[in-house]
Design a protein around this ligand. Sequence first.
Ligand SMILES: NC(=O)c1ccc[n+]([C@@H]2O[C@H](COP(=O)([O-])OP(=O)(O)OC[C@H]3O[C@@H](n4cnc5c(N)ncnc54)[C@H](O)[C@@H]3O)[C@@H](O)[C@H]2O)c1
Length: 351
Amino acid sequence: MTKIKILIVGTGGMAKTHVEAYREMASVDVVGGVDVNQQALTSFCDLHSIAHRFNSLEEAISWGEFDAVSNVTPDRLHYSTTMSLLTAGKHVLCEKPLATNFDEAREMADAAAAANVINMVNLSYRNVAAIQKAAEIVAQGLIGQCRHFEASYLQSWLTQPAWGDWRSDSKWLWRLSTAHGSKGVLGDIGIHILDFTCFVAGSLPRDMSCRLKTFQKAPEDQIGEYVLDANDSCAMNLELQNGAIGVISATRFASGHHNDLRLRIYGDLGGVEVRFEKAVGRVRMCVGDDINDEIWRDVEAPEVESTYQRFVEAVGRGANGVPDFAMAASLQRALDCAELSDQQGGKRIVI
Ligand SMILES: NC(=O)c1ccc[n+]([C@@H]2O[C@H](COP(=O)([O-])OP(=O)(O)OC[C@H]3O[C@@H](n4cnc5c(N)ncnc54)[C@H](O)[C@@H]3O)[C@@H](O)[C@H]2O)c1
């Protein structure tokens, strides 16, 4: 069997999740790593026994001995790095958000389609079995026509140190600074909860209004080179193309929740609820006669393939998988509209 040769670009925190997922797959060899930070590159490649190491993507592309890439660079670099890889004809699994604005995301989707390569985005909550099950329940019509939803993504790394000290660790500081390419909580985890909601509802946003807020977190709103101006909390009010309306929020100030997601969708025949709390997914529904007695029943959710597995399979069979760049570009458009709405005092924006 010819193995698929994978290059990891950006060997920071999230790259570990990628390489560990690939290590589980017999059909894959992780052949190289790229990072501009020599120390990050060396320790990552040593730890994961990766032979070929590059300080720039250009060097890796000149070498060329790889089929596909996990792009795990910071958000602001997804566009330039991915465009170089597409030009080189490589398959790309890009981290979320695909880009930092819709124009770049659309260009990436168009370039990937023109290059005829596999292009997928790591909207990682698609890996949670409960979410896939909830989407299936809605698609089967068990809750009827979607009418209403409420969703939240709750993190608290600004109020507790479980993931390290945000005041001194660059991997948190860049997320707080627009000059370092961050779109704040909206771009970082707002994208996840937006995808989570739209995926389960089976429908993309039609219009929205949004409020974003950046709280003072340091004297002069600055730590070293990082100006802390990216949003910390967001609250969106949306209508989906299927006519359902609802609210989606995301924050880094949700004390008591390190990384929890919740979604409830109600239709004219019932409701479904998904929770991903302390890394455990659960789905329950209230449908049929149960709606008369308010009975919510847990639903079994069989394990699902991860996005990493689906990416590798897509490369192997030569046909694209989901979620792809085009889908991620649609979500990027919604994020741009959220920012625009906030800049206009929470005005409703048609997407
Ligand atoms: N899907 C998820 O659930 C999830 C979770 C965490 C992070 N992410 C995403 O993963 C990406 C990386 O996040 P992270 O937490 O690993 O950040 P990080 O800061 O820990 O790692 C990024 C790495 O990229 C390197 N880098 C910077 N410029 C580079 C370049 N030009 N070429 C190669 N490497 C370069 C940095 O030196 C660093 O080692 C971000 O886009 C983030 O949004 C996704």
